[in-house]
Design a protein. Structure first.
Length: 217
């Protein structure tokens, strides 16, 4: 989970500058086990599983990943858990999730009860109004930091058309759209990080501290 938005030797600001959230900017179309360099999906699968996968024939590799992950090869369990969104999971990964999590927790519309309580607080409502105004001034229309990554994923899915082709096999129109989305992701991630740090995070920290202090009394 930690690897999704971090890289050894790189600060958070540097990571965002280069990768944004690491969604469209890391897309290659390669199976996660075969990607080189920065690959949270590969790391989250574990070294042993990756080595087993590499020994399979190309046809068996395709069958393996379809059985494990379904159609979204990047939707590993760890990355989906970090994003609090299991809606893109498939294969036996999704079947295992269904054995542990409640149906509403798997839904794309699920919202963590803790986050719901925080967002009801009048101080957070005021902070979110300020967040919206700051993001709009930067050229983006988002009401909450949680909306941004999901929107980038939807935009990427729309470009790919529900498939996971290799980047070099994308049509010229798709490649142009992907490059445009990558630029957008870097810009919106920078604006979102600044707004979160200045507006959202301090208020959330105060509210959570009070919530957990009350529970411990």
């Amino acid at each position: 989970m930690v690897t999704e938005k971090s890289l050894p030797g790189m600060s958070e600001d540097e990571f965002v500058e280069q990768f944004g959230f690491g969604i469209s900017t890391r897309y290659t179309g390669q199976p996660p086990q075969l990607t080189e360099g920065y690959s949270p999906a590969r790391v989250s699968l574990g070294k042993s599983n990756v080595e087993i996968f590499k020994k399979l024939s190309p046809a068996d590799q395709v069958a393996y990943n379809h059985a494990l992950l379904g159609n979204n090869l990047g939707a590993t369990f760890a990355m989906s858990l970090e994003a609090e969104d299991f809606s893109r999971c498939g294969g036996c990964t999704l079947e295992a999730i269904k054995q542990v999590f409640k149906p509403e927790q798997i839904s794309a519309t699920y919202y963590n009860p803790k986050d719901a309580l925080v967002n009801k607080d009048p101080r957070m409502k005021a902070a979110l109004r300020t967040y919206f105004e700051k993001m709009r001034a930067a050229g983006f229309e988002y009401n909450h930091p949680d909306e941004v990554e999901g929107d980038v994923r939807k935009r990427l899915d729309a470009i790919l058309g529900g498939e996971t082709p290799l980047v070099e096999k994308l049509s010229p129109e798709q490649q142009a759209a992907l490059k445009k989305l990558q630029e957008y992701e870097r810009r919106v991630a920078k604006a979102n990080l600044r707004s979160e740090e200045e507006i959202f995070d301090p208020v959330e920290a105060r509210i959570l501290k009070e919530m957990y202090a009350r529970k411990s009394e």
